[in-house]
Design a protein around this ligand. Structure first.
Ligand code: ADP
Ligand code: MG
Length: 612
């Protein structure tokens, strides 16, 4: 007898199931994708015991006639592609014709389906891949698929399942992906007879996100800003977290390519790079990002579960994403500035009392409010130097004050005629946090983080204008690099030199470095270069020059910025805040830590029990 045999169909399906059907969540994914491909406007998913005991997906889509229903259970049977050319431009979620037979081969399976207008529907019962019953069914138009006892005939597989709770969570996450990807479709998830969510159909992604994640998160999202010259091939839209909105996992980092939720190292790297200094180490940005590409520019036929894709031009995709993220983060700045600059409530009445001259000065500058240490050094001369009106009355200079002023009105004590668009400094806490007041309540500024951000952007600007000043090493250093690193350096010698790194090839895999940027300690040139190579190899080519500079700057800036315990003079504090508000990304320091925190009146009132 020959040793090679064709596998029986059912066994072949079970083998395929190994790739397509990993766990209950993958069953849900395949079934919901089928419903969406069938044009459903409403999809209901019910699971019991993590989906292990039951998964039921019902839709109001096109339904199937009896012949199609039977065919749909055959391997490689699909209505979605016909010719090899179709593979090059797939516009549906499914196309492999594998899911239904695979799922049916590892479960007790029931399909009921009916086309709109058909007299009767069809019901098919399948047991471990074997069709047992085909009969008329009387359900509403659409399709309903029940999958019971998943992997009952594949005990080895069953053992790989996690707890019911974990499997339920996976299903839930999977449905989140689908729901965010298709706001126009209503979704219901029922878990063990309890409704987990019920999402009405909506035209707007934003309201879908609100229904799913709550208003608090949605408030902190920025709409992806349209580019000035949108790239012809790549459309980008969606909502992304502003600086400081991040998670410890990638669970809320959703990316869709042509409506399909995907995982892609290219896109993960692009997101990180786009956020760059706006993200703390180890944190993941929150994104609901949609890429629209020519279907011919993406290959989805990479992975049986269609989770991964291959881009024809990955670097163009990466560039587009990086650019969109940067643009969007910066677009949130105006609102942010507005928020922190908004005047504190109740100040207007006071300003009219303090005096006309004060009413339209740039800001309140009151030495008596400065931190103790340097109060005395703030002189009138410095005032003018900062463009302030030094002749303005202040509490200490003018202890009697205007008669009309209510002396026990607390905001009156502090409010000192800010311009209508201004913040107000109250003082400095613990030599670190600047306290300010604005319309919404209290603002805390981390002076170190703020200064880092200001220095960072200043240095970067200088670097972009004049290049990086570099410094000769006393002794030139040579070092060897492994082939791929060497190749990278050879290709990027020009860029590296522009960044102030004097490097040149010095033999096959050997390089010589004779100068480094001035703001770097010159002790370990080789070590530094290895670091640079590692961090830059993953970065896209066109932004790498900038990125390299940014990394170097971020490191140096941290050492030079004012430290927690450096007492700042009042004027310095004020200038710092002003400079910060002018930054491109004022919300966080170059390492992604927040620079300012708002504590609203409401939060305070709750703390004091004035509101519940
Ligand atoms: P694929 O989705 O890759 O085509 P499947 O095995 O998932 O393969 O489904 C096989 C076929 O069954 C689909 O091409 C489609 O024509 C039909 N089908 C599956 N689910 C549904 C559904 N919910 N509504 C209508 N038709 C469906
Ligand atoms: Mg399918």
């Amino acid at each position: 007898m020959s040793r090679i045999q064709l596998l029986p169909d059912i066994l072949a399906s079970q083998v395929a199931a190994g790739e397509v059907v990993e766990r209950p969540a993958s069953v849900v994914k395949e079934l919901v994708e089928n419903s969406l491909d069938a044009g459903a406007s409403s999809v209901e998913v019910l699971i019991r015991r993590g989906g292990i005991s039951l998964i039921r997906v019902s839709d109001d889509g096109s339904g199937m006639d009896r012949d199609d229903a039977l065919l749909s259970l055959e391997r490689h049977a699909t209505s979605k592609i016909r010719h090899v050319e179709d593979l090059a431009a797939i516009a549906t979620l499914g196309f492999r014709g594998e899911a239904l037979p695979s799922i049916a081969s590892v479960s007790r399976f029931r399909l009921t389906t009916r086309e709109a207008g058909a007299v009767a529907g069809t019901e098919i019962l399948v047991q471990g891949g074997r069709i047992e019953t085909v009969r008329d069914g009387g359900e509403a138009p659409g399709t309903q698929i029940e999958v019971r006892s998943l992997f009952y005939n594949l005990p080895a597989r069953r053992k790989f399942l996690r707890t019911e709770n974990t499997e339920s969570r996976n299903v839930e996450h999977q449905l989140h992906l689908q729901a965010v990807g298709h706001p126009r479709v209503a979704f219901v998830l029922v878990r063990d007879e309890r409704v987990v969510f019920q999402l009405p159909a909506t035209e707007s992604l934003r309201s879908r996100l609100r229904d799913l994640y709550g208003a608090a998160l949605v408030e902190r999202l920025l709409e992806v800003a349209p580019g000035k010259q949108p790239r012809a091939q790549i459309g980008l839209s969606g909502w992304i977290g502003g600086a400081g909105v991040s998670r410890q996992t990638r669970a809320q980092q959703l990316v869709f390519v042509n409506g399909r939720a995907i995982e892609s190292p290219v896109l993960t790297a692009a997101l990180r790079e786009g956020y760059h200094t706006a993200l703390m180490k180890g944190q993941f940005a929150v994104t609901f990002l949609f890429l629209q590409l020519d279907p011919a520019a993406v290959d989805v036929n990479v992975h049986p579960a269609k989770r991964e894709v291959r881009f024809r031009d990955p670097s163009a995709v990466r560039e587009a994403v990086v650019e969109a993220i940067r643009r969007t983060l910066e677009s949130g700045r105006a609102d942010w500035q507005q928020q922190f600059r908004a005047p504190a409530g109740g100040t207007t009445s006071v300003s009219s009392v303090v005096g006309v001259s004060a009413a339209n000065t740039v800001s309140a500058l009151f030495p008596q409010l400065a931190p103790e240490v340097d109060r005395a050094t703030v002189s009138a001369g410095e005032n003018t130097q900062f463009g302030r009106d030094s002749a303005r009355p202040s509490r200490s200079a003018n202890p009697e004050r205007s008669q009309g002023e209510e002396s026990y009105e607390p905001s009156g004590e502090l409010a000192t005629a800010p311009k209508s668009q201004d913040f107000q400094i109250i003082g400095v806490l613990n030599k670190l946090y600047v306290l300010m007041e604005n319309t919404n309540g209290l603002v805390l500024v981390d002076q170190h983080a703020a200064h880092e951000r200001v220095l960072f952007e200043e240095l970067r600007r200088r670097m972009e204008e004049k290049g990086v000043p570099s410094q000769r090493l006393l002794l030139a250093q040579t070092f060897d690099l492994p082939p791929r690193d060497a190749e990278w350096v050879e290709r990027n010698v020009g860029t590296l030199q522009k960044m102030g790194i004097g490097i040149e090839p010095f033999g096959a895999h050997t390089f010589k470095v004779d100068s480094l940027p001035t703001f770097l300690p010159a002790t370990d040139a080789a070590g530094f270069l290895r670091e640079v190579i590692d961090s830059l190899r993953t970065v896209s080519s066109s932004s790498s020059a900038l990125r390299l500079g940014e990394d170097m700057i971020a490191k140096t800036v941290c050492r030079h910025a004012v430290k927690a315990n450096d007492p700042l003079r009042y004027l310095e504090v004020e200038k710092l805040i002003r400079d910060l508000l002018e930054c491109e990304l004022p919300y966080c320091c170059p390492h992604g830590r927040p620079t300012m925190i708002q504590i609203s009146h409401l939060e305070l009132e709750k703390k004091f029990g004035r509101k519940v």
